[in-house]
Design a protein around this ligand. Structure first.
Ligand SMILES: [Mn+2]
Length: 429
């Protein structure tokens, strides 16, 4: 395996931080032990936790107004894999990359799988794209894809999704994530019932092509690019569609795809209750589908979501295997830094959820002791779990100070010399 950052550089950086980490870890060990929690058991859970990164997240995103590329930005899947390898080498939390087609198309997928493996990476869910037209494509998705009124457009969208499954099999994926931009901008533009019928009919053709061990993850989104209605607009539409399609269809929750102030943790609990919780796209938002860095705006919500996931683990339903991915648009930061910071924020929330005294929480809930139930969550949320994450990372070969070590590596400056510049294309991603 050839990892991109010098192991000596990581070791030297870690040597400067190791004493302070040992002290902090020992102090946290004593604090947690008073509450009957073994810090090493939490560290083992953290060591086993991972979240995928999206191939498209390795590049600068953009808003609908502009994109401002940075020197050294990756321009193809091979360069994106290199950057994802940096993220995983330093952070040790992101060993899988979620590819997107046709953006990541290559001629030899077996070779791409080997190329990733040589850098310590595997592939996560494959993402289909029927929300934009490609050069030479016979039919346009301008009026929808899986829900189009035109049977030949629906057939083309089905065929693309099946092609994504075929590619995913070569890459070692076992999930197909389907998000469609289908919807309307005007009342009356489409029949709201019939458009869902058409979607379900086409989606069932995709479902029928799933291998036995695959899942189809349905990603709902309330608005954008359509602003009056979306065909799979919310978790209600999503779970109804997943129930109709069959047991391999699950719901994927993108944190930004809801109305402001929606109680997402409750949606998580509901989806789990009916065995339909398939996975997450992590990001954060202030107003809409902002795709800001995970935990940057509302880390408490992220903690509450992980609290439900830990509850779900304790009360499993058939097939609980949530898939985790970061789905963000990095408009003003180096994407490597954003994904390092985001993977850390996500893992912190998982660690805090593991620290919740479940016995005390459940007892307080049963006794209707509102304040003590709340305090059971609050105590865990207030713990600085940084030393646990850093220790797990260092033991796995990563950097204690991920951002500091990344900057010392001069990775982006070196790539700016080697890689061709990115064009100034505008566009939301
Ligand atoms: Mn998403």
């Amino acid at each position: 395996m050839t990892l991109p950052i010098s192991e000596d550089l990581i070791a030297e950086a870690n040597a400067r931080e190791a004493d302070a980490l040992d002290e902090d870890y020992a102090a946290l060990d004593r604090k947690l032990a008073r509450g009957g929690i073994a810090i090493d058991a939490i560290k083992d859970r953290i060591a086993a936790f991972s979240v995928a990164v999206p191939s498209w997240g390795a590049g600068r995103g953009g808003t609908r107004f502009a994109k401002f590329p940075i020197p050294g930005e990756p321009t193809n899947i091979h360069e994106k894999l290199e950057d994802c390898a940096v993220i995983n080498q330093l952070g040790r939390k992101t060993p899988r990359v979620s590819p997107h087609f046709p953006w990541d198309k290559v001629s030899d997928y077996a070779a791409l799988k080997d190329e990733a493996a040589a850098q310590g990476l595997g592939f996560d869910a494959v993402n289909s794209n029927t929300f934009q037209d490609q050069p030479g494509q016979p039919h346009s998705y301008a009026s929808g894809s899986l829900s189009s009124t035109d049977a030949s457009v629906r057939a083309q969208a089905v065929e693309h999704n099946i092609e994504c499954i075929e590619i995913g099999r070569l890459l070692g994926s076992t999930d197909l994530t389907v998000w469609v931009g289908d919807g309307t901008n005007f009342p009356g533009q489409q029949d709201l019932g019939r458009s869902l019928d058409r979607y379900l009919d086409a989606a069932s053709d995709v479902y029928a092509a799933l291998p036995d061990d695959w899942r189809m993850l349905l990603e709902h989104k309330m608005f954008e690019p359509a602003f009056y209605s979306s065909v799979i607009s919310d978790w209600g539409s999503s779970i109804l569609a997943a129930q109709e399609l069959g047991p391999k269809a699950k719901c994927l929750v993108d944190l930004g795809h809801h109305a402001p102030n929606t109680n997402i943790e409750q949606i998580v609990a509901r989806l789990h209750r009916f065995g339909k919780l398939g996975g997450f796209h992590f990001n954060d938002s202030k107003y809409g589908d902002d795709d800001l860095d995970s935990g940057s705006i509302n880390p408490h919500q992220l903690f509450l979501i992980f609290n439900e996931l830990v509850e779900a683990e304790l009360n499993p339903k058939e097939g609980l295997r949530p898939s985790y991915m970061i789905d963000q648009s990095h408009n003003v930061t180096d994407p490597i830094e954003s994904m390092l910071s985001s993977a850390e924020a996500i893992t912190q929330c998982f660690a805090r959820a593991l620290l919740v005294d479940r016995e005390a929480l459940h007892a307080a809930q049963e006794a209707n002791d509102t304040m003590m139930a709340f305090q059971a969550l609050r105590r865990a949320y207030n713990v600085d779990v940084g030393p646990i994450l850093a220790m797990a990372r260092m033991e796995a070969g990563g950097a204690i100070d991920v951002l500091g070590t990344y900057r010392q590596s001069q990775w982006r400056a070196r790539k700016a010399q080697e890689r061709k510049p990115v064009g100034l294309g505008a566009g939301i991603v």
